[in-house]
Design a protein around this ligand. Structure first.
Ligand SMILES: [Zn+2]
Length: 428
């Protein structure tokens, strides 16, 4: 299975047609219904139910029913205890039998548990390595920045790959020293860490020569993408991965495709103008903790154009961000979705360099916090925002300008934050 996944990810070239995708998924689900669902007390009686009629799953519901949903007979409280203990001691080997237990971050303060069996870990490794391994004949050194290590990723260390983990909660300066010593051939990190490393590289404080640079776990903005490319001389690949699975990956042509080889992804469209949708996933490779009819609160923007790589898996223009952080402004025919990139561009195009910024929607007010702004920046920005409103046929909120950065604790350092939507948009 994992060798097959490796070869498919590396040489498969993707699906030639939509029919082929449907056939592949139908076959996989037939197996899943027969072999996996009966082992889950929660799903046992749903083996014949169409996917979109299964109970709509969310993180909360998944956690509430964790003990009944998983197919390994693992009790939720025990799994939590083991995962928490291993995180506290930062001694990461949380296994129950051969099943790895992990905790997800949970931006809303809610933490999720996830499981990965040995087979699932191998499949994950094979898919990732198959797609992104630079040269098969060379031993690779992989640097992976993430919040907490766990057995899922460690399983990849072997003769072919030296795999080093960098704890996102650890001391960054000592990471830099260790990174320099490792001289990774593959660099995997969330977008903001890649950006920081790119800045160090440009200042000459780092001299890495990775063959692959992969952004995970966060939205990668256009300017970050360009900066990272410039610093390392490599285009940035993206893996859109949530606790719930690997949802999308960049192809050899550099475009993001939904991972229709491993899951069926339905679209809950939240904005018909752009086609923006929240994915509802049905993963037929997750056997330990089935993920079915599960709605994520990330917003994806589809790209209907065919890709030059030849794969017909649906393309994604970008991952716009969390549903809660979408900016909605009142328009003539209802609320209008404002692309975060348009706001970022308006700020990036100011003639004076802004060190950093935050944009906070607070009801009918839109606060701009500009760190390092010079006089005149506010007036220019106000003009740009008015332009944007005209272009998108909507009415921008009242603008409030401030200097410096707000005191907000935000682990993910989001730059655009929605606290409350404008009154007119909140009701929709
Ligand atoms: Zn492609």
């Amino acid at each position: 299975m994992s060798l097959f996944a490796f070869l498919t990810a590396r040489y498969g070239g993707g699906f030639a047609s939509r029919e082929q995708i449907n056939r592949h998924q139908d076959r996989a689900f037939a197996h899943f219904r027969k072999r996996i669902m009966p082992r889950s007390p929660f799903y046992r009686d749903f083996a014949d139910t169409p996917l979109d009629q299964l109970p709509r799953m969310t993180k909360t519901l998944l956690m509430e029913n964790f003990s009944a949903i998983n197919t390994c007979g693992i009790d939720r409280d025990r799994a939590f205890e083991i995962a928490l203990q291993s995180e506290r001691s930062r001694d990461f080997n949380p296994l129950i039998g051969d099943v790895a237990v992990g905790l997800s971050t949970g931006t809303s303060g809610q933490r999720g548990l996830f499981l990965a069996s040995e087979r699932e870990r191998r499949l994950w490794g094979a898919t990732m390595l198959g797609r992104y391994w630079p040269e098969l004949w060379r031993r690779q050194r992989v640097a992976f920045f993430m919040r907490a290590d766990n057995a899922l990723y460690r399983s990849m260390s072997n003769r072919m790959v030296r795999f080093e983990f960098f704890d996102l909660l650890g001391d960054f300066d000592s990471h830099v020293i260790r990174l320099e010593a490792l001289d990774p051939s593959v660099l995997i990190a969330p977008a903001r860490i890649l950006s920081l490393l790119a800045q160090l590289q440009e200042k000459g404080r780092l001299s890495l020569a990775p063959r692959r640079v992969i952004s995970v776990a966060e939205t990668l903005s256009g300017d970050d993408k360009a900066g990272i490319h410039r610093a390392f001389g490599r285009p940035v690949d993206q893996v859109y991965q949530a606790t719930e699975g690997v949802l999308a990956m960049t192809c050899p042509a550099g475009n993001l495709h939904l991972n229709e080889r491993l899951m069926r992804i339905d679209e809950d469209v939240i904005d018909s103008a752009s086609g923006a949708f929240c994915p509802i996933i049905h993963d037929f490779t997750r056997e330990s903790l089935p993920i079915l009819n599960y709605r994520l609160d990330d917003v994806l923007i589809p790209d209907p154009r065919p890709c030059s790589c030849g794969c017909t898996s649906r393309r994604i223009a970008r991952i716009e961000g969390r549903e809660d952080d979408m900016l909605w402004w009142p328009g003539v025919l209802g609320r209008v979705l404002i692309p975060a990139e348009a706001i970022r561009t308006a700020i990036a195009c100011l003639p004076c360099r802004i060190r950093d910024y935050r944009v906070i929607q607070r009801g009918d007010d839109l606060e701009f916090w500009l760190d390092g702004a010079k006089d005149g920046a506010e007036t220019l920005l106000a003009e740009r925002i008015a332009d944007l409103g005209r272009r998108l046929n909507c009415c921008p909120p009242r603008l409030v300008f401030r200097r410096g950065l707000p005191a907000l604790s935000d682990e993910k350092r989001r730059r655009i934050i929605v606290l409350t939507q404008p009154v007119q948009c909140a009701a929709e």
